[in-house]
Design a protein around this ligand. Structure first.
Ligand SMILES: *[C@@H]1O[C@H](CO)[C@@H](O)[C@H](O)[C@H]1NC(C)=O
Ligand SMILES: *[C@@H]1O[C@H](CO)[C@@H](O)[C@H](O)[C@H]1NC(C)=O
Ligand SMILES: *[C@@H]1O[C@H](CO)[C@@H](O)[C@H](O)[C@H]1NC(C)=O
Length: 431
């Protein structure tokens, strides 16, 4: 009896807290490109035709995604953010694209993107206006959902500006139902919790039932301080948000800014590693037409993408903080573990981290096989619980590893060990 109850408790720890939105989408974290962080609300196509929000930008990005290996690496969605529409709805009350910047209209753009084997994302807002002041969807949820379906759009990013916070739930749920009613599978990306946290703790059961992913925290900027603030927020709230993630619904820490101006290469590696550990959508916001080869290689690193897209679909969490190191661990399929060790000390040179100090190192009883993926690929071979191997981690850099248990014939043991790990992290070193 005791044993059965214990196992049940373990099982409930292993499965997400609630049912996901039932639209068959986002079974793995979404991968693609989104214009906002890099291109923002640049509508000046006279002076800056190559970088303004226009159909040309998305067509060129789609071309590059196919030609330069992005699509093959898994990046699938080409996503429009704010500033695409005309300030006026049409005579039937429908949104329309700005006629100068999108002369072909969104349907034609969707056709083009589909012809490349990619998918098109669009942006709207739950309130009266978008964040940049374009028409919002309040009062038009069904019309807008149907318009996006008619255009054969594949993803909707639904922002939360310009609405009283008490109406967020109603608005996001209504749009979710309106999208479902169109009969078209449209991935639904929400910002509901981000706008609700200022007032109360959001209901992640309801959010998971409504959305395919959801932003929790402020917009990412092209800086290490911004990436750090997102990680810090996540650690503080992980007991609330991590259980909400799973196939069909994910926490969204916002775009990858890798390949832009603000992050050193070590910091770019840290963002990539931690976004994979967090089972975050991998939505790049950069200029794929001119990106440095090193950033490109990092974003297309198959082994990191495999961690992101792992079929177990569990988000990782921070399991320990000490000596200015942060350890993050994500359980993977087949009882494997992904581990990121982030060096938060921003002075001096590389520092050593004893690999056996990772809380999840328990799976190395009796033995495990360790592969380092970042900062460079290295097979570290078979290790035991007594391993003295030392990782070298640069300031603001991350060592990313996978750990595969060897020679434990029973899966259940590992599940129990996983429970130990999550208990341990509650008492731990953290904070
Ligand atoms: C709409 O919701 C129903 C029930 O939740 C689901 O079975 C169906 O697949 C959904 N349709 C779309 C297009 O998302
Ligand atoms: C959270 O949402 C779920 C699902 O909609 C609902 O059943 C539950 O009562 C809500 N919880 C609270 C505290 O409002
Ligand atoms: C350890 O992992 C590496 C990389 O995946 C693999 O090549 C090697 O065969 C593995 N070794 C053992 C003993 O499983």
């Amino acid at each position: 009896m005791y044993r059965a109850a214990f196992l049940l408790a373990v099982l409930s720890l292993m499965s997400p807290a609630a049912e996901a939105l039932d639209n068959g989408l986002a079974l793995k974290p979404t991968m693609g490109w989104l214009h906002w962080e890099r291109f923002m609300c640049n509508i000046n196509c006279n002076k800056d035709p190559d970088n303004c929000i226009s159909e040309q930008l998305y067509m060129q990005m789609a071309d590059v995604m196919v030609k330069e290996g992005w699509k093959d690496a898994g990046y699938e969605y080409v996503c429009i953010d704010d500033c695409w529409p005309s300030y006026q709805r049409d005579a039937q009350g429908r949104l329309q694209a700005d006629p100068q910047r999108f002369p072909g209209g969104i349907k034609k753009l969707a056709d083009y993107v589909h012809s490349k084997g990619l998918k098109l994302g669009i942006y709207a807002d739950v309130g009266k206006n978008t964040c940049a002041g374009y028409p919002g969807s309040l009062g038009y949820y069904e019309i807008d959902a149907q318009t996006f379906a008619d255009w054969e759009v594949d993803l909707l990013k639904f922002d939360g500006c310009n609405l009283k916070w008490t109406m967020l739930e109603e608005g996001y749920v209504k749009m979710s139902k309106a999208l479902n009613k169109t009969g078209r599978s449209i991935l639904y990306s929400c910002e509901w919790p981000l706008y609700e946290w200022a007032f109360q703790k959001p209901n992640y059961t309801a959010i998971r039932e409504t959305c395919n992913h959801w932003r929790n925290f402020a917009d990412v900027y092209d800086s290490w301080s911004s990436v750090k603030s997102i990680l810090d927020w996540t650690v503080v709230h992980q007991d609330i948000i991590v259980p909400a993630a799973g196939p069909g619904g994910w926490n969204d820490p916002d775009m990858l800014v890798i390949g832009n101006f603000g992050l050193s290469h070590d910091q770019q590696e840290s963002q990539m590693a931690l976004w994979a550990i967090m089972a975050a959508p991998l939505l790049m916001s950069n200029d794929l037409r001119k990106i440095c080869p090193r950033s490109k290689k990092l974003l297309q690193n198959r082994l990191i993408i495999d961690i992101s897209q792992d079929p177990l679909g569990k988000q990782g969490y921070c399991t320990a903080k000490f000596d200015s190191f942060e350890v993050w661990e994500r359980p993977l399929s087949n009882n494997r573990l992904a581990v990121a060790v982030l060096n938060r000390q921003e002075i001096g040179g590389a520092r050593g981290f004893v690999i056996g100090a990772i809380p999840g190192w328990k799976i190395c009883v009796p033995k495990c096989n360790v592969t380092q993926i970042l900062p460079q690929y290295k097979e570290m071979g078979v290790q035991t619980s007594e391993s003295k191997v030392i990782l070298s981690v640069n300031p603001s850099g991350t060592a990313l590893l996978t750990v595969t248990p060897i020679n434990s014939d029973f899966t259940r043991m590992h599940k129990l060990r996983w429970q130990d790990v999550s208990f341990k992290h509650k008492q731990a070193t953290i904070l």
